[in-house]
Design a protein. Structure first.
Lengths: 232, 224, 232, 224
């Protein structure tokens, strides 16, 4: 019987090697796999390349991973935030490499890796400094830049419900990068509030089919966490 | 309105009048968010947020804040009946594919042919960040920019050629400012509305552009 | 108040001109917008280009449209079926143009049109006669063919439920080409069993957001049709 | 088994033994569908059908036929607990992206280096149709072909170079036939199992290939 359940975040991440490329889901705090990031910090893998929309907030989560000097390169769209102090300092000191990618190109490059597309022409960024040196082409009168897939060794994402096959549902805008990152990594690890019985998820409403998921860690009901006090 | 200029709220209010009933619209973070306060109550306008939602409602009030329900500025928002959620791949496909009727953005500079500069000041010590700016710039049938026409130092932000790093080429269709409304295009900028007692000559002097006045073109965003 | 409801299939298709490119959803009979196809036949538009996975079964639906000589070109993956007599005869007589596209490339080209991708490199078909004359490229050791988007003037699809904003859900494998075709046409017309009140569709389970839909025609409960006698 | 060859059912049964527990698998239409009758009961194998479903169950029986629930061969099927549905874009992305562990296909011809010909006989008067054949050929970590080794006229279908129009280059990993099982690859075909009293020399004579025998390589499809 297939069971993708891992006993703990630690055991789910035990085999991440130094130098791995790791996608981390989330847009700001929504959908950020906080427990998995904490476990990755604990686990100790270094020289990581991280693919994530942002570059960490405050001093916890991804920011803490950066602060511990585990990340040599980050591929993201929006590192600068009001509380991205740790990234800002590393970047100014030249201690972290940044590949800045427009958000939609980031999403499409991740999607392309998951869908077996070798490269694609996108209009986003054409004529800007972020497209410098990239191949361009005019197709039917519109100008495009050629962009290549971004794949990862591991994806760490957060979802709402899972079953033992790894089928996933999400909640509201915390869905964000989860489904495409799950498709683009050799090994996808998911934290979910609750693992439900097979058959409880509506097959019409499964957002990430289990084929994209390797390991699921149950991390408990989000509504019981402090920051959720407001949700009815 | 004080004499010959609008407040930011007045720019937002004026722009809101030009949003047709039934429009699918994205409001960029910052200044454009103001527009949501002035949507005409007799029109149904559906807001898109690029982090994966259509049917976004107003900002969440205390008691309704849900950390899973935020907009692109990472502010807690609400959900209206008929909303839907989707992932970032689909959300940016929706934008890139030209399905949004309208996108409203802020800017550092706009050129008279519609080039937009709003993602970087080009300062060498700045932490770079682009987010969805370049996708929004090309990602709607119509792109409107709202900004003050001049910097605090009195320098025009509507220019012949952008000096800041650009976000997109020829992508801005209309420019709403505190002094005037402009239509932009391959043939340059045209003034379609003057604020208060602002004159064409004042605008020519401020911008250094050979501006003319013309009635606004009919809105061409919505198709059946 | 937005309402995308059309009073009838006839009124929803009234403005389709001669020479239009029309996507027609469905895989075999599942998801085929039968009432819309019948209305298109009635409407009379000619010299159509049709984009659809198959080229019609038996003598009704798409086959009838072909039989009435309304279609000058079809872009599809699998025209030959045991009961594709009408297409077969037209093809042998040289009276219909065929662009044969591998099914996954057909789907991805439709998706690309909807997602604003100018062109993409796909591994499918490389080295085969269906890729003859097309640009190729080796990327990271794998061989790819460059394929371009397929857009349409109209998409005719079938879904299960809609609301007045055009949000759609589907049912089982009848989902097939519906969501991508809806995104790739200037005007998307949908037949659904039932139009429900705004708010009745779960926002997490909406498959096609209303932004992709222009007109919705209510065609009645599928379970009451003869061919559905078997469904409990 | 009769003497030195397997029936189609026996080929399917033998192939089924090589499908590991937990595999995500697509069975091509026609002959490969037989494999579903022989899946080992102690393994959980998840079937994909390219028209948009994972977790496909057995063919529907009278009383459970649902016109909305069909497989790629347009035959009514059933849904197992844990199933999911998706559109054609996502379904073929799943295949093209290499997420399926295994795909089983039929063939007109297979070359010793794994070229596959199964979509067209090249006959000038034939109605062409390709469907998902070319996507399946490149769309799994492992591609297995099952077929009779020779045509009814006694001509080998395992060949040095395909003469029929090809479906994909170098895409077949294993070939299950009524006379033997082969591994295919850049260095040619290797016999890994002989059926009944079939000899290597018989196979060499039939195929015209310099075949050797070797133990099968370990299955490399499933990763944790």
């Amino acid at each position: 019987m297939i069971s993708k359940t891992s006993a703990s975040a630690a055991s789910a991440l035990a085999d991440i090697p130094d130098g791995a490329t790791i996608m981390i889901g989330g847009f700001g705090l929504a959908g950020q796999p906080v427990q998995l990031i904490d476990a990755l910090l604990e686990q100790g893998a270094a020289n990581l390349t991280v693919v994530s929309n942002n570059a960490g907030n405050g001093h916890s989560g991804l920011a803490a991973l950066l602060g511990a000097k585990r990340v040599q390169k980050i591929i993201c769209s929006f590192p600068r935030q009001t509380d991205s102090h740790i990234f800002d300092a590393l970047y100014r000191a030249g201690e972290i490499e940044l590949e800045l990618v427009p958000q939609g190109n980031l999403a499409e490059r991740i999607r392309a890796a998951g869908a077996g597309i070798g490269a694609f022409f996108t209009p986003t960024g054409f004529g800007t400094s972020l497209a410098e040196g990239k191949e361009t082409r005019t197709i039917n009168g519109r100008d495009y830049v050629l962009e290549h897939p971004i794949a990862a060794d591991f994806a760490l994402i957060s979802a709402y419900r899972a079953d033992r096959l790894g089928n996933l549902t999400y909640r509201k805008t915390s869905r964000n990068f989860g489904p495409i990152m799950a498709s683009a990594a050799a090994t996808t690890v998911v934290q979910v509030d609750r693992i439900v019985e097979l058959g409880e998820l509506d097959p019409e409403a499964v957002i990430t089919p289990g084929i994209f998921v390797n390991r699921v860690v149950e991390t408990g009901d989000r509504f019981e966490r402090e920051e959720w006090a407001d949700v009815g | 309105m004080s004499g010959n200029s609008w407040s930011r709220a007045e720019i937002a209010g004026r722009l809101a009048q030009d949003i047709p009933d039934g429009a699918y619209m994205n409001l960029g973070i910052g200044l454009p968010t103001l527009v949501s306060n002035y949507l005409p109550s007799d029109r149904e306008i559906i807001l898109h947020t690029e982090n994966g939602m259509l049917g976004m409602g107003p900002e969440a009030q205390p008691g309704e804040i849900d950390p899973d329900l935020i907009n692109a500025g990472k502010i807690a928002v609400t959900e209206l009946p008929g909303a839907s959620y989707f992932h970032h791949g689909d959300s940016f496909g929706m934008m890139r594919g030209g399905h949004l009727d309208l996108c409203v953005l802020g800017a550092f500079q706009v050129s008279q042919t519609g080039d937009l500069a709003n993602w970087s000041t080009g300062a060498p010590d700045a932490i770079p960040a682009v987010g969805g700016a370049m996708d929004l710039a090309i990602g709607a049938k119509q792109v409107y920019v709202m900004m003050e026409l001049a910097t605090k130092g009195g320098v025009s932000k509507l220019v012949d050629t952008c000096t800041y790093p650009i976000t997109g080429i020829g992508c801005v269709d209309r420019l709403y400012t505190d002094r005037a409304i402009f239509e932009l295009g391959a043939r340059g900028a045209t003034v379609t509305e003057l604020v208060g007692d602002t004159t064409l000559n004042e605008l020519r002097e401020l911008t250094g552009l050979a501006l003319e006045y013309s009635l606004a073109q009919e809105y061409k965003g919505i198709t059946s």
